[in-house]
Design a protein around this ligand. Structure first.
Ligand code: GDP
Ligand code: ZN
Length: 317
């Protein structure tokens, strides 16, 4: 028997059984726990798991006996206090990145880093430009500039206002039936968007309990909030403190794989290990010079390689 993990508290998980088996409580089996860090529960929301009936324990009718391989996962980076990074959720289908031109102004660097890591973990991203009700001429000009950069790369770019209810119908086709991660700087309107998509169910204040009403502190807790069944179902991940996907290190040898337009061009570079920094015969630099690559994308790329100023980077020999 298999299922999808919706919530976890300690070693107890709420699981949606495959088929039409409904939801059940399941305990993580001891031998599975030992494989996790410090014997804690290694199961996270979004995990697909294998289950076995417990028989002897009617309150918790199933054991989770195995975790199916994860397509991707998100982590909360280690704080200074605890050196461990924690996996918060697995098997994300799509990430919504909320971006604002004003209050606050999102930077290209932030978005490009997010897109690169999402690309590395094979997670499609939809860019949601929020607060369009506040935009004046200058903000609309910048919005058009952003859309001209990202839409041709294949990233859907939607203009919305979470509080005014503008453009939200266009969001649904991207999230219906999927496991959805909502990201973006603090203050861009993530909570407002959740309230708009799920009226009456604020994510941050969503009542937190398993079947038997156990309260839990939000910081140690992740859950998947169901999207309306009449909209096609799916889940929003409620997980405060998400910092990134997986643990991939980006460097001059792999970063260009995650900038779609660079990767597409790199076949044309003279050297097949070209880092697109200063090599002769570089197709990426040539495209940049012709104005076919956005300078902001190239600046973000150099930033990821560790040179915030650009131009001075020298690859290790
Ligand atoms: P979060 O930190 O990303 O969850 O952002 P919030 O949802 O808490 O929103 C931060 C502030 O921006 C709040 O005062 C919201 O009312 C406001 N806000 C969010 N979306 C919009 C919008 O579309 N238009 C306007 N004018 N304000 C918004
Ligand atoms: Zn090159």
């Amino acid at each position: 028997m298999t299922g999808l993990v919706l919530r976890c508290v300690g070693n107890l998980c709420r699981v949606l059984l495959d088929g039409d088996g409904g939801e059940c409580d399941a305990l993580v089996k001891g031998n599975l726990r030992l494989k996790g860090l410090r014997s804690t529960n290694p199961v996270v929301v979004g995990d697909r798991v294998e289950l076995q009936p417990t028989r002897e324990d009617l309150e918790h009718p199933y054991y989770i006996t195995a975790i199916c391989p994860r397509r991707n996962y998100i982590i909360r980076k280690a704080s200074n206090l605890s050196k461990e990074s924690h996996i918060l959720a697995a098997n994300i289908d799509v990430a919504l990145l909320v971006v604002t031109m004003i209050q606050p102004e999102t930077s290209f660097t932030f978005v490009d880093r997010f897109l690169a890591t999402a690309e590395a973990y094979d997670i499609p991203v939809v860019l949601l430009f929020n607060k369009i009700d506040l935009y004046g001429e200058e903000e609309n000009r910048r919005l058009a500039e952003w859309q001209l950069i990202y839409a041709p790369l294949g990233y859907p770019t939607l203009s919305i206002s979470a509080t005014e209810g503008i453009g939200l119908e266009e969001v649904w086709p991207h999230i219906a039936g999927r496991i959805v991660l909502l990201s973006g700087h603090s203050g861009v309107g993530k909570s407002s968007l959740i309230n708009a998509l799920l009226p009456g169910s604020s994510l941050r204040t969503h009542s937190i309990s398993l079947a038997h009403g156990t309260g839990m502190h939000t910081t140690t807790y992740s859950a998947m909030i169901p999207l309306a069944a009449e909209r096609g179902g799916g889940y929003l991940i409620d997980s405060p403190g998400i910092k990134g996907f997986g643990t991939l290190e980006m460097n001059e040898h792999n970063a260009h794989h995650y900038f779609r337009e660079f990767f597409a061009l790199s076949e044309g570079c003279r050297f097949n290990n070209c880092t697109h920094i200063n090599e002769p015969g570089c197709a990426v630099l040539a495209a940049l010079e012709r104005g076919e690559i956005a300078p902001s994308r190239y600046v973000s790329y150099l930033g990821i390689l560790g040179d915030e100023e650009g131009g001075k980077y020298r690859p290790e020999q």
